[in-house]
Ligand binder design. Sequence first.
Ligand code: 6PG
Length: 659
Amino acid sequence: MTEGNGAVDVIVVMGVCGSGKSSVGRHLARRLGWPFLEGDDFHPPENVARMAAGVPLRDEDRRGWLDAIAARLAVARAQGRPVVVSCSALKRRYRDRLRAGAPGLLFVHLDGARETILDRMARRTGHFMPASLLDSQLAELERPAEDERALVCDIGPAPEEIAARVAPLLAGLGLDGGRVHQRTGEASAMAQGNSADIGVIGLGVMGRNLAANLADHGAVVAGTDLDDGRRAALAADVPGGVPCAGPEEMLAVLKAPRVVLMMVPAGAAVDALLSALLPRLSAGDVLIDGGNSHYQDTRRRAAQASAAGVHFIGLGVSGGEEGARRGPALMAGGTVEGIGRVAPLLRAIAARAADGEPCFARVGPDGAGHFVKMIHNGIEYADMQLIAEGYHLLRHLGGVGYGRLAEMFAEWNGGELASYLMEITADILRTSDPETGAPILEVIRDAAGQKGTGHWATTAAMELGMPAPTIAEAVHARCLSALKEERGRAASAFPPPPQAVPPDGFAADVGDALLCGRIAVYAQGFAVIAAGSRRFGWDVDLAAVAAVWRGGCIIRARLVDRILAALRRTPDLPNLMFDPDIAALLARGEAGWRRTVGAAVAAGQPVPAMASALSYWDGYRSDRLWANMIQAQRDFFGAHGYERTDRPGMVHTDWSSGR
Ligand code: 6PG
């Protein structure tokens, strides 16, 4: 080893093919908190082709490649950023080219026996350099001379270990963590040149898992977050992940046209990020909001981005943490062109339905994706509420123990009621509290939380004039549950509900109520999506929505297969309950549904979702409703007018003369 003077700001990890320079370089970069450049990325395609064909490169082939690396190092120096690069640098004159004008450059030469290298190369896959090139490279190799500033390392140990051994030696070369380190902290803007396929802003649970999912599918993912730990986790946990200090640095590593995925909390954070990013993006870039944003915000943001020529995609992402990692359901709203650009990536990471189709679709322009996701959440709220009511009735009116309850839900999950939410309910019912050994539900406080998407779904339905009473009731039910203290006071202040015994066949009846309630809930949700589509001119393909909801998302259920078939049969079905197959399910369960609601009402057990779903069904298929009385009252006190049954047009009655 020989040393020069002054701080090291460029480390070139060199050696013949198979010596492990990329792995050691990456580990070293990570240890130092410096960016890493893969020297092979600077080869022009002709060089790659030559090497892949087993043809050794000549000096003239390497000239442009070395110039490109040297130019990149010059940029790094100009920016005051140290960097680690891997490069074979076999000959003295190649190294002279790299160190020209780079006084802080240090070579780390990975030296090893031919047999060791051959053995490694035999085990290596996916690399373009065949083992046959090793001998020609060894023949060309001019090991660094005494007067060259270089560390020589034996390639025997694992790459991590070599990096661990080299890093402390650098301090002795004047690299003391002060002057050189202070502007860095992570692999950043130059980490991969501009070779990242997508940049993720916000590396919380969802962002980090989506990043890992994208990397699993071959994407180079750059990412940034305000939190140091999350950025470090990207480097540690996501293969090839490129942590960046901030959005600007991240944009610099993205391939053009750039694709940025925002995974930040809905609301002000998205607007702030949008304002910061838009001036830095170019026409044709794609900006994706993967959070649970309100669809009206997405419509506004899409217009704002479009004025800058940027494609804005409102992406509904469902499936929670596990879905994000292994396959979410993805509902995209945006331009055909913008979504087309990212569709291969989104299709690759999405869940698969049973027929192998990816659970991804462009459901319409601008806010359509977030609208569909919002209604997904409304259905999620309502189906959760139905299931919670079913459990509660069976436990408190039916007197069924937790063990049996778990079995019942598991059995239901094997039939027509099969769904993700049924499955996790069975798991919950068989779980004990690790502290007390009691059934876990006995120790969970009965006050539900919510983040607001159910409320948004309800409000949107109301604004569109489309009934979604069970979704609304599910939100109200959570609100009611949250009045925990008040409920406690009321429970002592008022007499207990009437004593009641469950009717015969109660468990089967509850199963019917769950299935019929679920049908009514999906019917409400799809009707609201259709109404939104009409209002905003989105032309949402309801069958495509059903196809996406078959996998990955929280509301995936066997019923969705029937819904998809129904919508394929009749795309403009005014309500799912009109479909003969779905109507037959309702007819089969109707009596049990009624008995369940009746028994609950008689026993003073609240069943807001089951009862509202039943009233929705009864109301929807009633030719004559109570609304004549409402109209009369409105006209009576407000002269609002009403329509007659026997002729068109509005009329008003002089109510004082009719009495
Ligand atoms: C999903 C979920 C998810 C939702 C949570 C929490 O599809 O993965 O819908 O997006 O945010 O379920 O919602 P609440 O806190 O409002 O229950």
